[in-house]
Design a protein around this ligand. Structure first.
Ligand code: ADP
Ligand code: MG
Length: 276
């Protein structure tokens, strides 16, 4: 009945239901300039928990810069980004009766960054460390976990990405696809809430792309919140909950995967004609 529905909705609001409706990442009016070059011109994006957002767009459109702002590898020029409701990089304070933003210190920023895992086009593994040692590195040296616990978890993460048989291999003994899977395991070992991928398969030989996309797909199926910059339209269509097309520092078109069947903006249509 109507009354039941009302009670249900207020209950869920109090009993944690509201949390699942709070965005994992929310960008509002995000701008970024490098000197006089304005790279992002007011990007809005909402990423809900447990969903996959795929960002598409031509080279130079600001996709990497946007991910780097989320991960605080760059500082924002204007606008705000919140992660699970928490403003990143700043703390709202009242000074002389006026609301303003105070920059966080390095330690506070490092704490916020721990909520995110990032995987780049280039794997950046330590060449003189084995797969296992690469994955254990941050848990031991950053998170100060015991070696035995870090080792156990690293084995679990490497197993999850299909590399249980390669624990003691060095990066040079692994294919590009295997190295990228180690990089994913390394990010997962820090227990991120959100995974950011910046063209994770762009540097791979075509025959190795599938194994990395497969790992990403299983992560998504497991409920990981993900933002993925990629040119892999097949992956975007099948795994993406939200598709965002950027060009020239703005979001030109966004929607569910159905936008591939019915693109509206000419720039998005052109882009699809080129990548498909
Ligand atoms: P995308 O990832 O979509 O290819 P990027 O975010 O890497 O685009 O770059 C967008 C624009 O910003 C490009 O013109 C690039 O040259 C410029 N840019 C990116 N990083 C810097 C930087 N650190 N200093 C100056 N310009 C930069
Ligand atoms: Mg890029």
């Amino acid at each position: 009945s109507f009354d039941d529905a009302q009670i249900d909705s207020s209950d869920s609001g109090q009993a944690g239901g509201a949390e699942s409706f709070r965005p994992a990442v929310q960008a509002v009016g995000v701008q970024k300039s490098f000197g006089s070059l304005q790279v992002l011109k007011g990007v809005d994006m909402t990423v809900m928990p447990g969903t996959v957002t795929v960002i598409l767009g031509p080279s130079g459109s600001g996709k990497s810069t946007f991910l780097r702002l989320i991960n605080q590898l760059e500082t924002i020029s204007a606008g705000t980004i919140t992660i699970d409701g928490e403003l990143i990089g700043f703390r709202p304070v009242t000074k002389h009766g006026e609301q303003c933003l105070q920059a966080l210190n390095e330690k506070e920023i490092a704490r916020q960054r721990e909520r995110l895992g990032m995987v780049f086009q280039r794997f950046n593994l330590f060449p003189h460390k084995t797969a296992l040692e690469n994955v254990m590195e941050a848990p031991v040296h950053v998170a100060k976990e015991s070696r035995s616990k870090a080792r156990e978890e690293a084995i679990a993460e490497l197993t999850r990405v299909g590399l249980a048989e390669r624990l003691d291999y060095y990066p040079s003994q692994l294919s590009g696809g295997q190295q990228q899977r180690v990089a994913i395991a390394r990010a997962l070992a820090m227990h991120p809430e959100i995974m950011l991928f910046d063209e994770p398969t762009s540097a791979l030989d075509p025959e190795l792309v599938g194994e990395v996309l497969g790992v990403m797909r299983s992560l998504a199926d497991g409920g990981m919140t993900m933002i993925v910059v990629t040119h892999e339209v097949g992956f975007a269509r099948e795994v993406g909950d939200q598709i965002v097309f950027m060009d020239g520092g703005v979001v030109v078109e966004k929607g569910g995967p159905e936008i591939f069947d019915n693109p509206k903006e000419p720039r998005f249509k052109d882009f699809l004609n080129h990548v498909l």
